[in-house]
Design a protein around this ligand. Structure first.
Ligand SMILES: Cc1ncc(COP(=O)(O)OP(=O)(O)O)c(N)n1
Ligand SMILES: Cc1ncsc1CCOP(=O)(O)O
Ligand SMILES: [Mg+2]
Length: 650
């Protein structure tokens, strides 16, 4: 019945990914299927549609809502699957509980064969003009608007649900007036549907708790003006909301391919609020944009931040069409970093630690004494009151381009590279045995001694002084050498020692940021490089205004066991487009002479390499060759641009 092929075939990058929208038709063209298809195409995918419902709708009213028959719903799904299998599915308006049940059954069979195709549900209930859309027998629109469809049949089948404040309240049968209640409800919904939740706070400034009662339950013939008059706007800041911002709460649940750090995280995402009445279809646009970005292989957190930026720029450029709220403008892939949300981490480990301290009881007791929602409310309260360690001014600016940036773990090699004139280097010594690959263990002096200690049955923790002094001596020497040769020497991980011996800079991973005294690094005048493995981590890095940002790993690498998937060149190109005017960017992971030109073509300014130098027969010659090739790429790029300009003038 499904016409299943399975999803193991490699994605053909020559062709756009297919993204399905299963949603209602908006005859006004601003929302529903029409908004979804425009969004999906604008973000580089091919959109396919399964119409659930036909609405007679303009920008000011919904006058009739008619579900398609069950046979028509199924026929669309089956017909499409046999020819245009999706890379992501967005589900929008479902007219009634029968459609929910039918679709949930279909998705369950679909997921058996296509387990990794993400499904996003936007639980649409009300049109932006205020009229009800999901109608549980089409006869009483008014009362149907107050009762939510039951999305439980989707439990365990979907990756993400994206309720707005009204929908969140109805889905969780809870009061979501305050920011803490809102976040608690999102967490409870994530637990009850076993999926990630993006709870959208963008509507909160339009009303108070009234939104949950009568404001949107209008009759067929209501107008935009009437709706506006009925909206009771109150100062929501007393509930914890910032009226200047559009704040969403993202609860992640086992996000696939994401780095472990953010797999089950919770985050506030805050963008500048765009004050426009022309927001028709913003929810549809957001969820279909998330699907389109996911279809191109980005992790969920990335899809959410890109989609939110897309909506933000679409709202800014929206113009009124019709007499009511106009549709969002379609403005292409967002590359303006100021459109992207600020991310406020509410780390779950951090939260449970705080919660235990706050309540002065252990985790088990907390779990039994508090209901899930109460726990979530308490957790969110605590997390949202923690100040972020975000520095308002940045770290030291680099003295010179990074260029080809060798990362080494051994002083002999470090010294010979410095003596040969290499001006930027990193000393990356791993002392924790769990962080070393077998090759790395055998290769480095510290690795060898760690290994021998393990082999002789002595634990690392049994000899902290030895490893500490060994490590300190090596770092001190490296820093002295760096100074002697007037180079930009970065110390990986060991930021206290880097400060102590006045290194040029420190390189830190995302895991390190929460447990590092960044203010001390900044006060000591050291440069800071930060790793990133996604849009999401790129934005987090940006919030610290570092001296450079590393983007990786681009290709598979054996140097390190990576917790996330290789990013590849297409993603690298997107990351570069976002931040190249703001920071020196350096690509890392699996880069060597064979692929360097393709890396350069993404526009990234610098590359960091381990094996291409450390495993070379002649590391100095390898560095020289890589540097020359890197510079020649620039030269040939410049020449190509020059030829293009010359051709235009002829
Ligand atoms: C230039 C550069 N980029 C990335 C890394 C990786 O740093 P991190 O994420 O801290 O991982 P480890 O190197 O500590 O394993 C780097 N070292 N240098
Ligand atoms: C430390 C690190 N971080 C991201 S990739 C990587 C290792 C890159 O090593 P190589 O250049 O040998 O692939
Ligand atoms: Mg590190």
């Amino acid at each position: 019945m499904l016409g299943i092929h399975g999803d193991n075939a490699p994605m053909n990058t020559e062709h756009p990914a297919f993204v399905w929208t299963i949603a209602g038709s908006d005859s006004g063209g601003g929302a529903g299927i029409q908004a979804d298809l425009a969004t999906i195409q604008d973000l580089g995918c091919h959109g396919c549609s399964v119409v659930t419902t036909v609405t007679a709708q303009s920008s000011v009213a919904v006058t009739l809502v008619e579900p398609v028959s069950a046979a028509m719903l199924m026929a669309q799904l089956t017909t499409l699957l046999s020819d245009l299998p999706p890379k992501a599915i967005k589900i929008g308006l479902l007219a009634d509980q029968t459609q929910v049940a039918l679709l949930a059954d279909w998705i369950a069979s679909f997921k058996i064969h296509y387990p990794s195709v993400p499904v996003i549900v936007d639980p649409v209930m009300v049109a932006s003009c205020g009229d009800a859309l999901a109608v549980d027998n089409c006869q009483d629109i008014k009362s149907a608007a107050k009762s939510a469809l039951d999305f439980k049949p989707f439990k365990g089948l979907i990756e993400l649900i994206t309720p707005n404040v009204l929908e969140l309240g109805r889905l969780t049968h809870s009061d979501v007036s305050t920011k803490a209640q809102f976040a608690a409800a999102a967490l409870a919904l994530s637990q009850s549907l076993d999926c990630s939740v993006l709870a959208k706070g963008g509507d909160v400034s339009f009303g108070s708790t009234d939104i949950l009662d009568d404001t949107h339950a209008q009759t067929h013939d209501n107008t935009y003006a009437q709706t506006q008059a009925n909206v009771h706007v109150i100062a929501l800041d007393s509930n914890g909301w910032d009226l200047e911002l559009a704040e969403d709460y993202l609860v992640c649940r086992q996000v696939r391919a994401s780095s472990k750090l953010h797999q089950n995280g919770r985050f506030w995402l805050a963008s500048q609020r765009v004050n426009t009445p022309h927001n028709h279809g913003s929810g549809c646009t957001l969820s279909s944009a998330i699907a389109a970005v996911l279809a191109q292989g980005f992790v969920l957190q990335d899809a959410v931040v890109v989609a939110k930026a897309y909506v933000s720029q679409g709202l800014s450029a929206a113009i009124g069409l019709g007499q009511g709220p106009g549709p969002l403008a379609r403005t292409g892939w967002p590359n303006d970093v100021s459109r992207y949300a600020k991310i406020n981490l509410c780390d779950s480990n951090f939260i449970s630690h705080q919660l235990n301290q706050h309540l002065d009881v252990g985790n088990d007791l907390v779990a039994t004494v508090l209901s899930a929602t109460d726990q979530a409310t308490a957790q969110v309260r605590i997390a949202s009151t923690q100040p972020q360690n975000i520095l308002s001014h940045g770290f030291k600016v680099l003295d010179a381009d990074l260029g080809v940036y060798p990362v080494v773990n051994d002083l002999t090699m470090l010294e010979s590279l410095l003596a040969a004139g290499v001006k930027t280097l990193q000393l990356r010594i791993k002392t924790d045995i769990s962080e070393l690959t077998t090759a790395g263990l055998a290769e480095s002096d510290l690795g060898k001694s760690a290994l021998s200690r393990c082999e002789s049955g002595k634990s690392k923790s049994g000899e902290p002084e030895l490893i500490g002094s060994e490590l300190e001596a090596q770092i001190q020497t490296a820093i002295a050498l760096g100074k002697h040769f007037n180079a930009q020497l970065f110390i990986n991980d060991h930021w206290q020692l880097a400060i102590k011996y006045h290194a040029f800079g420190v390189h830190l991973g995302q895991e390190d940021l929460a447990v590092t005294d960044l203010a001390a690094i900044q006060a000591a005048g050291l440069a800071l490089g930060i790793s990133s493995h996604s849009y999401f981590e790129l934005l987090l890095a940006h919030q610290y205004s570092p001296s450079y940002i590393a983007l990786g790993h681009i290709f598979p690498t054996t140097t390190k066991q990576m917790p996330s998937a290789p990013q590849g060149l297409a993603k690298l190109k997107h990351y570069v487009a976002l931040l190249q005017d703001h920071y020196p960017l350096v690509a890392i992971g699996g880069i060597d002479l064979t692929n360097l030109a393709k890396v350069k073509a993404t526009g990234v300014g610098n590359i960091a390499v381990v094996r291409a130098i450390t495993k070379a027969k002649d590391p100095l010659a390898a560095f020289a060759e890589l540097s020359q090739a890197w510079e020649q790429c620039s030269l040939s790029e410049e020449l190509a641009v020059k030829h293009e300009l010359d051709a235009k003038h002829e």
